[in-house]
Design a protein around this ligand. Structure first.
Ligand SMILES: C=C1C[C@]23C[C@H]1CC[C@H]2[C@]1(C)CCC[C@@](C)(C(=O)O)[C@H]1[C@@H]3C(=O)O
Ligand SMILES: O=C(O)CCC(=O)C(=O)O
Ligand SMILES: [Fe+2]
Length: 371
């Protein structure tokens, strides 16, 4: 097991400032953004993946016959590679359009304006540009704005309040759009969780109990145009450490998944959300469903945007597979843990990649000896 990756910058190093307005015109990209040869995107176009398409219409309208059939279809997709598309998802199309439009507005702001929401070291929310100040190499060619979402009633304006408090009253409308978008994502993810529970043959209450009050992350990914797109990556190869990801990408394309030893592209479909299983759900399903390796490539023609909602259980809930999924033939694979501990591991000790959950498991065991 490779030792914990020390890829975090030490605090003496002066962080590079990544101003996309300048960098996107640079013909020679800075060395920190050049990835190793074995991780660079292949210059030839990758083949498209025929992603399983799940129509949620029947299930959402309460047709019980569709529920089981839809659950089985989702289950098959999750056993294969943990990615599927959902259509007729019930999320308002104009809300999605607004969410994309306000991203263009926010990321077009001068850097100094965006830095008013600057992500603090060790925290998971706020504005970050290519993670300068966090990583010292293999910098991702992107800017991100990460928002904390809690489905608890009391804090149901957490996202809206964040924008108002951080960026000012003129961002109230923008904050309301992302608050509404996160609420819609939370509702949709609970419906998908119901299908996942059915497909695994477990009591529906189990996942509902874990995720009904979720502490999730909404991430806005903005990938500026890049003059040397074959040397860098918008988001490096990784499995999402979270439970479930619901992603809406714009029409540019760039999301790729690693299947049968090759990278395959997921074509944009504006009527669909891309859904994938994360590491935490892989642990919850005791390894039945796999968290899949994926990445985002950039291009030299136009910027690209994606909105990723990462469903996470309430921070202090113990992540443990239901008894139905553990027996002599299927012994426990991962230890009990809480999402708050796993999140801290990804923010302070380990840059998420394809081995995050295994590295986290080893880290827990090592720390157990220390306590
Ligand atoms: C819990 C999280 C950590 C990351 C954001 C969410 C889910 C995905 C993770 C991430 C995108 C995986 C690739 C590396 C990463 C550093 C990134 O490129 O943003 C990860 C996020 C993070 O640690 O901020
Ligand atoms: O932008 C994309 O299409 C993928 C982003 C991603 O995988 C992530 O943010 O975890
Ligand atoms: Fe991801």
């Amino acid at each position: 097991m490779p030792s914990l990756q020390k890829v975090y910058m030490n605090h003496q190093q002066k962080p590079l400032v990544f101003d996309s307005l300048i960098l996107q015109h640079k013909t020679d990209i800075p060395q920190q953004f050049v990835w190793p040869d074995n991780e660079k995107p292949n210059s030839e176009k990758v083949k498209e993946l025929a992603v399983p398409l799940v129509d949620l219409g029947g299930f959402i309208s309460g047709k019980s016959s569709s529920a089981k059939e839809t659950a089985n279809f989702v289950g098959e997709a999750c056993k294969k590679h943990g990615f599927f598309l959902v259509i007729n998802h019930g999320v308002n199309a104009s809300l999605i359009e607004d969410a994309h439009r306000y991203m263009d507005l926010f990321f077009a702001l001068p850097l100094v304006e965006k830095q008013r929401a600057q992500r603090k070291v060790g925290e998971s929310c706020g504005y970050a540009s290519s993670f300068t100040g966090r990583f010292s190499s293999k910098l991702p060619w992107k800017e991100t704005l990460s928002l904390q979402f809690s489905s608890e009633n009391s804090s149901s304006n957490m996202v809206k309040d964040y924008f108002e408090n951080t960026m000012g009253k003129e961002f109230t409308r923008l904050g309301k759009v992302y608050q509404e978008y996160c609420n819609a994502m939370s509702r949709l993810s609970l419906r998908i969780m119901e299908l996942l529970g059915m497909s695994l043959g477990i009591n529906q209450a189990y996942f509902k109990e874990l995720f009904e009050h979720n502490d999730s992350i909404m991430r806005l990914n903005y990938y500026p145009r890049c003059q040397q797109p074959d040397l860098t990556l918008g988001t490096g190869p990784h499995c999402d450490p979270t439970s479930l990801t619901i992603l809406h990408q714009d029409s540019v394309g760039g999301l790729e998944v690693f299947i049968d030893n090759e990278w395959r592209s997921i074509a944009p479909n504006q009527n669909a959300f891309v859904v994938n299983i994360g590491d935490t759900f892989m642990a919850l399903s005791n390894g039945r469903y796999r968290s899949c390796l994926h990445r985002a490539v950039v291009n030299n023609i136009i910027h690209r945007k994606s909105l990723a909602f990462f469903l996470c259980p309430k921070k202090d809930k113990v992540v443990r597979p239901p008894d139905e999924l553990v027996d002599e033939k299927n012994p426990r694979i991962y230890p009990d843990f809480t999402w708050s501990t796993f999140l801290e591991f990804t923010q302070k000790h380990y840059r998420s990649d394809m081995n995050t959950l295994q590295a986290f498991t080893n880290w827990i065991q090592q720390n157990k000896h220390m306590n």
